[in-house]
Design a protein. Structure first.
Length: 122
């Protein structure tokens, strides 16, 4: 891939902007992710926001919750596009592996996120 893979954080309210700021502060990577919020829009307007964020480039849509309008709109947009993948949840692994194809990067992010979810020992 000549251009790094684009990550789009799709969220309710201002969650995407907060996650974008956190990723930049923790990793020092400032250009890997684009925030898209469903705030103040219907599913048609959200689809337009997602289309603009993807800009016909390979992308992964990281959706904040495994349900609701953000996920529905993201899955609908990605359907039939080999260069767009959808993952529910966000983790830092993605910003360091943007050279992978969308499907591989999405699987890697999901696996890293699954490994990171745990109950710490007291």
């Amino acid at each position: 891939m000549s251009e790094p893979l684009r990550g789009v954080i799709v969220s309710h309210a201002a969650v995407a902007q907060a996650l974008l700021a956190a990723v930049a502060a923790i990793t020092g990577v400032h250009d890997a992710l684009v925030p898209v919020s469903n705030d103040g829009c219907d599913t048609g307007a959200l689809a337009e926001r997602l289309t603009r964020a993807i800009d016909d480039k390979p992308a992964i849509l990281f959706v904040d919750l495994p349900g609701g309008s953000c996920l529905t709109s993201s899955v609908r947009l990605a359907r039939g596009k080999a260069n767009v993948a959808v993952v529910t949840g966000v983790n830092l692994d993605f910003v360091f592996h943007r050279d992978l194809p969308p499907g591989d990067a999405a699987r890697r992010a999901a696996e890293a996120g699954s490994r990171a979810i745990r109950t710490p020992a007291a």
